[in-house]
Design a protein around this ligand. Sequence first.
Ligand code: SF4
Length: 445
Amino acid sequence: MILDKNAFGIWSFIAKRAFKSTFLRPDSDSKQEWIRNSFNKTEIGIYLHIPFCKSLCPACPYVKILWNEQLANNYLDALKKEIKIYGKSLNGLGLKVVSIHAGGGTPSLLNPGQYKDILDTLNQYFEVDAKSGFGMEANPQDMTKEKAFGFVEAGINELSIGVQSFHRKNLKTLGRTHSVEDSLEAIVNARGAGFKLINIDLMYMLPGQTIDEWIQDLEIASEQDVEEVTTYPLLVTHFVPIYQRFKADSLGSQPSKRVFKRMFYTTFDVLEGAGYKPLELYGFSRTSEKYATVNLEMEGPLLGFGCGAAGFTGSYEYQNTCSVKEYIRSTLNGKLPIAGERSVDVKERIIRWVVSRLFVGKGFDLCDFEREFGGKFSDKIGEFGKVLKILRFFRIIRTDRERLELTKKGLFSANLLTWSFVLHVPCTLAGKYSETPWPPKVVIP
Ligand code: SF4
């Protein structure tokens, strides 16, 4: 089987219905006023997209480009300019940055001094909370002792290392250029450098991967000195090279749906047995702190800077152009690089909040909902209440007067809905915006 957008049955139908949206190309700079008036809270997250990679992996759906030093320098100038434009136009709103995350691409390709520069720019134009986490995704090959210390000195305090697998053959299938030894060394170097939180990413549902191999990966991960382990299935979008290889049958197939389910529940057994608590469906932690900004992506406010970055302020959602050259040109000319935008009404905001708390975070207290939306859950949930009733009928969720949460059976259903959403919404959005830099209209899914 191929874990693509057609593999999720009813969950694809629900994801498509719940997250249908249309992005339009902005026609003037009036968007700055629109953005200014759209924040629903003052504590915000910031996402920085660093699109450069030393080589391009065949399954990668992200916005990326091959490393080129000159282009990277121009890109950083544009990134700082974009921060400055937003900072000036949002001045006076009392916004406070509580979380920063650099993703990519391969953010660890930049040098520590470049991050210091970015952080100085952020501090110049925004109020950055002294306690805010600054997380960066890293390729194991970049995490030498010297660079790890440099990143910490530059102000990065959380690190997510893209280990993916402790099996050489799986790294080869994924087209990764790092080795198992690189990963182990990167973890030791990061720990020694003093990062306050280290996460490692692992992937399952790889072609030819067995359950025993997956268990070994989880066991090796849990023997490392890391606070968090995040697990992802290999999702296949139709615009990546690995899709053609699956179609041509040159790679074998991904494990079956039955194995998918076993791998998913085994992940809980192994990691919980090793002292990790599931903070969400795919993220397990030994502390109560959590790397990443998934709630902010769904609930806002999150400002996304960089080519291909997306932002959501609470009632305004935008997508930056996915062309690195157009991003640089537009931003250095003083124009926000927004290629598509849309407004988000309170009905959709409620669905996003419920979905991210229930299906990713596993449940929520009704009083939290009432505090957020100022009214009773049953009065506010609207049409989406019918979907929740069906889920309750099938014992995927359970409710009482105080809480709504997933059942054990519901965990796997939520997992299917989550990955179906990822394929149908952000991956489709990135795919469509990668076809052309400034499309007039993009309809999702
Ligand atoms: S998977 Fe990561 S390293 Fe590979 S091309 Fe994509 S962003 Fe770059």
